[in-house]
Ligand binder design. Structure first.
Ligand SMILES: Cc1ncc(COP(=O)(O)O)c(C=O)c1O
Length: 371
């Protein structure tokens, strides 16, 4: 008989499960990835690969680290490249958490955070956000005060799943509280460059402490490149770098070449991505006004809309989303997948094709009219 896995309790992401089980005709508004083409510089970089396809240094290509450092105005030593920001998160959780430790995670929040905590033997402690889902420093600090075993805390802004941001004052207060306790603060800012209005705030505007996460997966349009980074004090990064090297040796070198070309061309790639988002938001907003009869609230950044569900859906949000998928023909994600405090909402991604987004909104609306 095969032994039971230590991680037998880990379940596949409900986002993937909902998307993968969808009828072919269903409109995908579930997955969070850009629906536009990989920008030209990133695509052309693949054609330029000549000679051996080498592993390259464990830390990644020096010119890519340099490009990321320059983009963020950081020193080279403060950049850790990884296989997606997800790879950086995994390595950091493994490097800095021990069984019995706790990690503060936002609720609602990206569902990898609790899973990564469990994989490190630690306990995720959900903390509430403000009434508008923005970072609420007082609520964060209260949760931290109640968690003597906390060794790490995660903030995410603009957020997955809500699109909500964080103010500079709240960021400063949260960073100061974590510094005082000597715990590692990770500020996940992978959606920062995708905005419609003002550029969202960064932890780096208020402090050099804590780590900031970035990625080419969202604004640079290359989720499949699996290339992200963590920025900050090399002392926090060192054990995670080592672990990441044993895990994957280095990020794939063709992906690094492509990411390098994208980041070097940020001055055109990023405004292009914001235009893609603007086109999609316009399609979403117009369809929403037409079929829901009101204006949708605009997020701080990213490509998610956080939509309140009708009262009748509250008893079983997953069953409601399965109905929307199999009967209504639209894949969406129940907010309950992102934490207990997400259960009154669903997450819609408007990163796909504009016509499909408009049609998806048209298909969804009758379920809200039923109440
Ligand atoms: C908030 C957040 N952080 C991190 C990630 C991981 O992104 P990647 O590993 O593609 O950089 C995602 C992906 O959806 C995300 O939504």
């Amino acid at each position: 008989m095969m032994p039971a896995s230590r991680l037998g309790h880990l379940k596949p992401s409900p986002i993937r499960a909902l998307s993968e089980g969808a009828p072919a005709s269903a409109i995908p508004m579930g997955l969070g990835e850009p629906g536009w083409a990989l920008p030209e510089p990133g695509r052309l970089a693949f054609l330029g690969i000549e000679g051996p396809c080498a592993y390259g240094p464990n830390a990644g290509l020096p010119e890519l680290r340099q490009a990321v450092a320059e983009f963020h105005g950081e020193h080279l030593d403060r950049v850790m490249l990884a296989t997606g920001s997800q790879g950086a998160l995994f390595a950091l959780f493994q490097a800095w958490l021990e069984p019995g430790d706790a990690v503060l995670v936002p609720d609602p929040g990206f569902l990898s955070y609790p899973a990564l905590a469990h994989m490190a033997g630690a306990t995720p402690l959900p903390y509430p956000l403000g009434s508008d889902f923005r970072l609420d420093a007082d609520a964060f600090c209260e949760a931290l005060d109640r968690a003597p075993q906390a060794k790490m805390a995660i903030i995410n802004h603009p957020a997955n799943p809500t699109g909500a941001g964080a103010g500079l004052e709240a960021l400063a207060k949260v960073a100061e509280a974590c510094d005082r306790r000597g715990i590692l603060l990770i500020s996940d800012e992978v959606y920062r460059e995708l905005y419609l209005g003002e550029r969202p705030a960064s932890l780096r505007q208020v402090t050099q402490s804590g780590l900031v996460l970035g990625s080419v997966s969202k604004a640079w349009g290359g989720p499949g490149l699996r290339l992200g980074w963590a920025l900050g004090d090399p002392t926090w990064l060192a054990p995670a770098r080592l672990l990441h090297a044993y895990m994957v040796t280095a990020p794939a070198s063709p992906a690094q070449r492509s990411a390098l070309a994208l980041i070097r061309e940020s001055a055109t790639v990023l405004p292009g991505a914001r235009q893609e988002i603007r086109t999609r938001w316009n399609a979403f907003e117009e369809a929403y006004r037409t079929h829901f009869g009101s204006a949708p609230a605009q997020a701080s950044g990213g490509f998610y809309h956080w939509l309140k569900v009708p009262g009748s859906a509250l008893a079983d949000p997953m069953a409601f989303c399965l109905r929307l998928r199999d009967e209504g023909g639209v894949v969406v994600v129940p907010g309950s997948a992102f934490g207990e405090r997400g259960r009154h909402h669903i997450r819609l991604s408007f990163a796909g094709q504009p016509e499909a987004i408009a049609e998806g909104v048209r298909r969804l609306a009758p379920y809200w009219r039923q109440g």
